[in-house]
Design a protein around this ligand. Structure first.
Ligand SMILES: O=C(O)CCC(=O)C(=O)O
Length: 294
């Protein structure tokens, strides 16, 4: 019964609707060159993905999110940091601007075409804000080892609503998504809280020898976006100015559930009880279909 209600509500609330905060926004399809670049580098930039209306709505949504954090919110900076690195997850059902951006624009179609998937599902949203003066770096890491999924057809969008200069942007090691899974560690105290110590190779010290790696990254204007694979190594410095980012994680055709013996980041409480290991994510309403290629 609950499941049926959710499906009906979802159909009513999330079909494209001109009254939404962010009006329907079809987007140009990625070029074949961009799709090839994504496959090779595991990260690409798309300029002007979100228009000023969408950027303003997302900025208001992020500000609301910071004033009303969910129980999943985290502070990823130390108490003596000059700023605040705020993170929150899985808020699309509560923050209309997040929901409208995900469901009412063509962003999922762009994601699906970049990862060359017939279907694109929502995995989760992630808000990442560094307030002015935040010194906390985001250390180099891959995202997928923190998650509860297996499969290669995946993609994340990282979209700032403030200008981000090159020195504060998200950086990537081009091609690293083609390499092995590397040890996920907690950002502030470097602990192995996910895979057991020794079960995956540790990351090399990329900062100690940056010139040895093909590091790519772009200065971004509000509404520009980077898309990256969940195995691409990425990192960011602190930020001298306010850097508010809305991020969406998308799943493609080959993604299956990988329940873990530890608390994933983010956590999907109760999912392991209803979705077996190896099941496609489309077997659960938490991961709604956003786009299907014709
Ligand atoms: O915004 C940041 O500083 C880090 C972003 C990140 O690690 C991610 O989006 O997965």
């Amino acid at each position: 019964m609950m499941r049926l209600q959710f499906v009906v509500l979802y159909r009513m609330r999330y079909s494209p609707n001109p009254d939404f905060l962010i009006p329907a926004m079809p987007l140009p399809a990625p070029t074949p060159e961009l799709i090839t670049e994504f496959a090779a580098n595991g990260a690409v930039v798309v300029r002007g993905l979100a228009d000023p209306t969408a950027v303003a709505a997302l900025a208001r949504g992020i500000d609301h999110n910071m004033r009303h954090p969910s129980p999943r919110a985290k502070t990823a900076s130390r108490s003596d940091d000059g700023g605040w690195f705020f993170e929150d997850f899985c808020n699309w059902q509560h923050i209309p601007a997040y929901r409208d951006f995900i469901f009412n624009t063509g962003v999922a179609a762009v994601a699906g075409q970049l990862m060359q998937s017939r279907e694109t599902r929502l995995y989760h949203d992630h808000t990442l804000v560094k307030t002015a003066g935040t010194r906390q770096r985001t250390p180099w890491h891959q995202d997928q080892p923190y998650y509860n999924i297996e499969g290669r057809q995946n993609i994340s969008l990282w979209l700032p609503v403030d200008p981000v200069p090159r020195e504060a942007t998200l950086e990537f090691v081009a091609g690293s998504h083609l390499g092995p899974w590397l040890m996920p560690r907690s950002f502030m105290d470097n602990q192995a809280k996910w895979f057991p110590e020794g079960s995956l190779a540790d990351l090399p010290d990329i900062e100690a020898d940056r010139s040895a790696y093909p590091i790519i990254g772009w200065a971004l204007e509000p509404g520009d976006a980077v898309f990256f694979h969940m195995l691409t190594l990425h990192a960011a410095q602190g930020s001298e100015r306010l850097r508010r980012v809305f991020s969406v994680r998308f799943l493609g055709d080959d993604i299956t559930h990988a329940p873990r013996n530890w608390v994933t980041s983010p956590e999907f409480p109760g999912l392991s009880e209803r979705l077996p290991a190896g099941a496609p994510m489309h077997d659960d309403d938490l991961f709604p279909l956003l786009y299907r290629a014709a």
